[in-house]
Design a binder for this molecule. Structure first.
Ligand SMILES: *[C@@H]1O[C@H](CO)[C@@H](O)[C@H](O)[C@H]1NC(C)=O
Length: 265
């Protein structure tokens, strides 16, 4: 009984990670959660040391960072939103080249959004737009139940991934509709009928990221199938023995002259 349980519970568990996060592209910056993000903003070859620039986020115009002629607003309220307190700095040595870029340290998913870099005192006023996406891509967690039932769970991924089951031929498996929990976790179930390698793939198209967990599923050999397999094997064995003992003694080549046995498969 224990052996049987072992048989249909035995599986290998491998985890492999696909692509890594892409770098900045145009006015889009994509980083992995906890990494630093540089948001670029520059007035070409203009000394901006004596000027004012103001970084804001989203339509709420959250205060991210402000530089005013050497004075920094980067220590939290009242001049900086507490979300960014102590995490944002600029590049002082770059100011004389017009570079008003900032770096946000240890990014969080909620830092994702639309940023503006503004020079409100310039005529005309200059405003730059930068989109930041902070991605979180946890490994899918796979569970195997009896009778080929598989469950994949992807927790707190951002942006929301597409979750799919694939087999080792890279074919997508039919599965039940994904369940999305209140916390944004995604659960996807399927049932497989053959022993083999299967993987749960989480794809985040907008950040060109894919990650998967691969698992080997050993399906239980049912009693009747077991008997059929054992029967065929013993018939062939008996056939080969008869062939060796009888026919070879008469000068036959058993490998050529045993079509009945092989046709048993
Ligand atoms: C501004 O300076 C930072 C830090 O040296 C650099 O990463 C960024 O590329 C610069 N931006 C521009 C537009 O030159």
């Amino acid at each position: 009984m224990e052996l049987l349980a072992l048989l249909f519970l035995s599986f290998c568990f491998l985890t492999l990670s696909g692509l890594t996060f892409g770098a900045e592209s145009g006015s889009h910056v994509i980083v992995k959660e906890d990494d630093d993000a540089i948001l670029s903003c520059s007035l070409n070859n203009m000394n901006i040391k004596p000027m004012l620039f103001d970084w804001r986020k989203d339509t709420e115009r959250l205060q991210v960072f402000m530089y005013n002629n050497g004075i920094l607003h980067n220590k939290g309220p009242p001049n900086q939103d507490k979300q960014f307190s102590g995490r944002v700095s600029h590049f002082p040595e770059e100011l004389e080249h017009g570079n008003a870029s900032i770096i946000i340290r240890k990014t969080k998913v909620i830092d994702s959004g639309s940023y503006t870099c503004e020079f409100p005192h310039l005529q005309p006023e200059r405003i730059f737009h930068i989109e930041l996406i902070v991605g979180a891509s946890p490994l899918p967690v796979v569970r195997i139940f009896h009778n080929g039932r598989l469950q994949c769970e992807v927790r707190s991924a951002s942006p929301e991934p597409t979750v799919e089951w694939w087999d080792s031929d890279n074919q997508r498996l039919p599965s039940e509709d994904p369940v999305v929990t209140e916390e944004g976790d995604i659960i996807l179930k399927t049932t497989v009928t053959r022993t083999g390698l299967y993987r749960c793939v989480a794809t985040q198209d907008s950040i060109k990221h894919q990650i998967y967990t691969e698992t080997f599923v050993q399906l239980e050999v049912s009693d009747s199938t077991g008997w059929v397999v054992a029967g065929v094997v013993s018939v062939v064995l008996v056939g080969v023995l008869v062939c060796v003992a009888v026919l070879k003694a008469r000068g036959y080549n058993c490998k050529k002259d045993s079509p009945r046995e092989t046709s048993l498969f």
